[in-house]
Design a protein around this ligand. Structure first.
Ligand code: NAP
Length: 243
C-alpha cells in the first residue's frame, strides 16, 4: 500500500490531486481546515472509485496540528509515500494596501505550512528511505502580476524551498519538485471580478484557464517513477501565460 497526503484537498486543485492519486492506486489522506462537507464529498468520490482514504481536519499553518495529523496518518497506515503541499491562500493587495494580517496569513499558510508539513513528513520518509514531495507553487512566482506582491513572494519562497529541500533530502531517496500553475478554474479564480478574468484570458496564448485535473495530471506524473531522476525543479503549467 502506498499512501499520499494532500493538504487542502476539500476543493479545487487539491481535490483533483487527491482523486487522481486515488485513481493511481494510492490510499489518500484528504486534509482540509474548515469545509467538512466538501472534504467528505472528496472522500466519497475516492471510495466510489474503489480506493481508500481518510479525511483529516487540520490547519496546516499550525505546527502542533501538523504533528498530530502526521501521527494519526502513521497510526492508521504506517507510512507516507507522497506529500502534496497544496493548501494555500491568495490575497490581492497593492503595496500601499498590504495589511499585516495579509502578510501573516499568506506567509503562515503558503510558506510556514509547507515547511511544517515537509519537516514532519520527512521524519517518516527518512525511515522509509523513499518519498516524494510536491509543492504547489504558482506562475506568480515567475511572472509579475500587479497586486500580488505578497502572494508571489510566498510562491517564490516555495520555489527556493523546493530546490533546497531537494538538495537536503536527495541522499535519503526523497525527491522534491514544484508545480507552478497559471490561472486554473477553481474557487480562487472565481473570486476575481468577471472583467478582470476576461482580461487575463486574453493574455493566455492558449486562450483559456487551465483545469484542476490538468494540474493533477502533472502531479501524478511527477510522483511516478517515470520522473525518478527529477528533483528540485519547478514545472510551469500556464497555457503559455509567462512566455
Ligand atoms: P481553493 O479552491 O481555494 O482551495 C483551497 C484548499 O485549501 C481548500 O481545500 C481549503 O480547505 C484548504 N485550506 C485553506 N486553508 C487551509 C489551512 N490553513 N489548512 C489546511 N487546508 C487549508 O484553492 P486552489 O485554487 O485549489 O489552490 C490550491 C493551491 O494551488 C494553492 O497553493 C494556490 O496558491 C495554488 N495555485 C492556484 C491557482 C489557481 O489558479 N487556482 C494558480 C496557481 C497556484 P477548507 O475550505 O476546508 O479550509
Amino acid at each position: 500500500m502506498k499512501v499520499a497526503l494532500v493538504t487542502g484537498a476539500s476543493k479545487g486543485i487539491g481535490k483533483a490531486c487527491a482523486l487522481r492519486l486515488a485513481k493511481d492506486g494510492y490510499t489518500v489522506v484528504v486534509n482540509y481546515s474548515s469545509s467538512d462537507a466538501a472534504a467528505k464529498e472528496t472522500l466519497s468520490q475516492i471510495q466510489a472509485a474503489g480506493s481508500e482514504g481518510m479525511i483529516y481536519k487540520a490547519d496546516v499553518s499550525k505546527l502542533d496540528q501538523v504533528k498530530l495529523m502526521i501521527r494519526e496518518v502513521i497510526k492508521a497506515y504506517g507510512r507516507i509515500d507522497v506529500l502534496v503541499n497544496n493548501a494555500g491562500i491568495v490575497r490581492d493587495e497593492y503595496l500601499l494596501m498590504i495589511s499585516p494580517d495579509t502578510l501573516d496569513k499568506c506567509f503562515e499558510l503558503n510558506v510556514k505550512g509547507y515547511i511544517y508539513c515537509a519537516q514532519q513528513v520527512a521524519l517518516k520518509m527518512f525511515k522509509q528511505k523513499s518519498g516524494v514531495i510536491i509543492n504547489m507553487s504558482s506562475v506568480s512566482s515567475k511572472f509579475a502580476l500587479a497586486g500580488q506582491s505578497v502572494y508571489s513572494a510566498t510562491k517564490g519562497a516555495v520555489n527556493s524551498l523546493t530546490q533546497t529541500l531537494a538538495k537536503e533530502l536527495g541522499a535519503y531517496g526523497i525527491r522534491v519538485n514544484a508545480v507552478a500553475p497559471g490561472f486554473i478554474a477553481t474557487e480562487m479564480i472565481e473570486a476575481i471580478p468577471e472583467e478582470k478574468r476576461k482580461a487575463y484570458v486574453e493574455q493566455i496564448p492558449l486562450k483559456r484557464f487551465g483545469t484542476a485535473d490538468e494540474v493533477a495530471n502533472m502531479v501524478s506524473a511527477l510522483v511516478s517513477d517515470q520522473f525518478a531522476y527529477v528533483t528540485g525543479q519547478v514545472f510551469v503549467l500556464d497555457g503559455g501565460l509567462s512566455l
